[in-house]
Structure formats: C-alpha cells, structure tokens
Design a protein around this ligand. Structure first.
Ligand SMILES: Nc1ncnc2c1ncn2[C@@H]1O[C@H](COP(=O)(O)OP(=O)(O)OP(=O)(O)O)[C@@H](O)[C@H]1O
Length: 313
C-alpha cells in the first residue's frame, strides 16, 4: 500500500554543513512514527522539510504517492498535513472553541462576501464548524473548557487545544513537534493519553521529541537521526537496544552488555524522561541530551521561525 508519507534521499544543508543528509523513510497509514536523535541531529530540519517550511537541496517528499517536494506549507495543509508546532501558543482573546475553529476554517467553503453578509449558507457552515471544533475538543478531553478564554488554561490544556485545532482540519498526516515540551507530571501523562487515543483511532502521525521515553510509549516505529543521517529505525525496543543509537546518545562506543545505558530507560511520561541514562558518560552527547531535557519547555521551546523559508516555493 502507498505510504502516507514517503521521503526519498532528502538532504538539506546550512552553510555547507548537512542538517539532514540523504534521509529516506516511509510511514504507512495508521502508523505513529517517532523521530528522535541527540541535539543537533536534524530533527527540526527534517520536520520542517516534511511540513513544507523548508525546501530540500535534494530528494523528494510524497504524500500518499503525490509528490509535494516543492509545495509550501499552506498547500501541504490543503492536502491534509496538520502541524502542532513546538512551543505553540493559543490565540489570546479567543475562547478554546474559537481557537479550535480557526483550524476548521482552513477548509471552510464560504468566502469573504458570504461571511460579511452572514448568508444562510455561511451561518450553517459556521454552525458546522463550531460543532466540529467541539467534537475535536471532546477528542482531546477539553469539552468542558470550550467557552473558557484559551490563554487562561494551564499549559497542558493549551497544548491539547492546539492538538484539537490541528485535528479540526481532519488531517491525513499529523506532525507533532515536541508536543510535551515544558509539560510535567499529570499534564504530560494527559497529553500522552490523548496522543495514544489518536493512535488507537488510526491517525497517521509523526512525533518529534527529545524525550525518548515519551516517544517509546507512543510510537509504533522510531527513526533515529544523528548528524543529519538515519542511524537506526525499528520498534522503540529495537532502537533503544541498537548499539549505534546508544553510542550516538552517549558519545562513546556502545557496550552491548550495558543494557541499562540504553536511551529512553527513564519511565515513559516522566519529567526526567530525557535520552541520557543517569550516570552516562560525562560531556559530549550525554551532556547535550541532559541539557536538552533541562531546557525542555523553556527557551528551547522557541521555534526557529526566522530560519524557515516558509512559503518560498
Ligand atoms: N537555519 C539554520 N542555519 C544554520 N544552521 C542550522 C539552521 N537550522 C539548523 N541548523 C543546523 O543544522 C543542524 C541540525 O539542526 P536541527 O535543529 O535540525 O537539529 P535538532 O535535532 O532538531 O536539534 P535540537 O534537538 O537541538 O532541537 C545543527 O547543526 C544546527 O545547528
């Protein structure tokens, strides 16, 4: 069967240095694919290439068999790609349901004139959009907060409202960039529960995360990047035991006997679920990973918006 997402030999460099190098992968329908790797591995760059926020130097992106390599993000959105951005915030001044309705408006049929004169068709469509938004809030467990100002919700619920907004566009592929960043304890567990529910519904997703424990709990398969290239792919258990993955995270040749050093050994959903195992080699990748876990949700949240050549098809 044609995969929902297929990448062929995708490369992108900045200033002559590869951020993503010759990456090929295929995500079949209904799969949740985790994308992990140490700091600077190329996860965000690959995410942006898939979303259409960056253009590749080489290679090909296909959605359900249709090549979209040169299509900008908004055209990919129209083809069914929805994105929850890293550190995304809700629109202030709008209720939770109004925030979610913004997602459904991308597929609204009425135009400016219809909206201005509030035609009957337009009013009906508006009602349908509100119903779809309420249904999306229900899916993420926020139905009872629908009419609350979105910015007054705790961060975890704001994140779920973002997810509802993406779902409202009825995506064929949902891209999640570090959805759990900055969330702790119960909020993180609640978000994991929602994503797990979507996975159960058969939604195709790509999940980029620093927290290997979080990804391991939720992904069917995991692709591991290091220095821009794929170094492993398999089930969460397979990649956690892969010597190349252990070496990439710990910055040292793997000792296959040292099972406890496998990345992601922290409890899924825990705040400390970062990639590096406690007591891992000092410095190098282990220090980077620990730093990432610590920064998770703070300054690290700010997406490199300025770096993206969005819409420059
Ligand atoms: N706009 C840019 N300009 C220059 N270099 C960039 C740019 N974006 C990414 N890079 C470089 O590309 C490499 C991959 O970066 P990327 O952000 O994709 O990795 P990452 O795995 O997402 O890292 P992190 O986990 O730290 O977010 C890094 O060496 C980074 O410095």
């Amino acid at each position: 069967m044609t995969p929902v997402l297929r990448l062929d030999n995708l490369s992108r460099s900045f200033g002559g240095v590869f951020a993503v190098r010759d990456v090929s992968l295929a995500v079949p329908s209904g799969e949740t694919r985790g994308l992990i790797g140490p700091n600077g591995a190329g996860k965000s760059t690959l995410f942006n290439l898939v979303a259409g926020l960056l253009r590749p130097d080489a290679g090909r992106v296909a959605l359900e068999g249709d090549e979209v390599t040169r299509l900008p993000a908004h055209r990919r959105a129209a083809q069914g790609v929805a994105i929850v951005f890293q550190g995304a915030r809700v629109f202030p001044g709008l209720t939770a349901v109004e925030n979610v309705m913004v997602g459904a408006h991308t597929s609204a049929r009425h135009g400016f004139l219809g909206a201005a004169i509030r035609s009957r068709r337009c009013r009906r469509e508006e009602r349908e959009i509100r119903e779809a938004a309420l249904a999306a809030l229900e899916r993420v467990g926020l139905a009872e907060w629908a009419d609350v100002p979105a910015e007054s919700l705790p961060l975890g619920q704001q994140r779920r409202a973002q997810l509802a907004r993406a779902l409202c566009a009825r995506p064929r592929l949902l891209l999640l960039d570090e959805p759990a960043a900055g969330l702790r304890g119960a909020e993180r567990a609640a978000l994991a529960g929602v994503i797990d529910g979507l996975r159960g519904e058969g939604l195709t997703m790509m999940l980029v995360e620093h927290d290997v424990g979080f990804v391991s709990r939720l992904a069917d398969r995991v692709t591991v990047l290091d220095l821009g290239a794929v170094i492993a792919e398999g089930t969460p258990d397979e990649v956690r035991r892969d010597p190349a993955v252990v070496a990439a995270y710990l910055g040292a040749p793997a000792d296959p006997a040292a099972g406890s050093a496998a990345p992601g050994s922290a409890a899924p959903g825990s705040a400390a679920g970062g990639p590096a195992a406690p007591g891992a080699a000092a410095g190098g990748r282990a220090a980077q990973a620990a730093g990432a876990a610590a920064a998770d949700g703070a300054g690290a949240d700010s997406a490199r918006e300025g770096d993206r050549d969005a819409g420059s098809a």
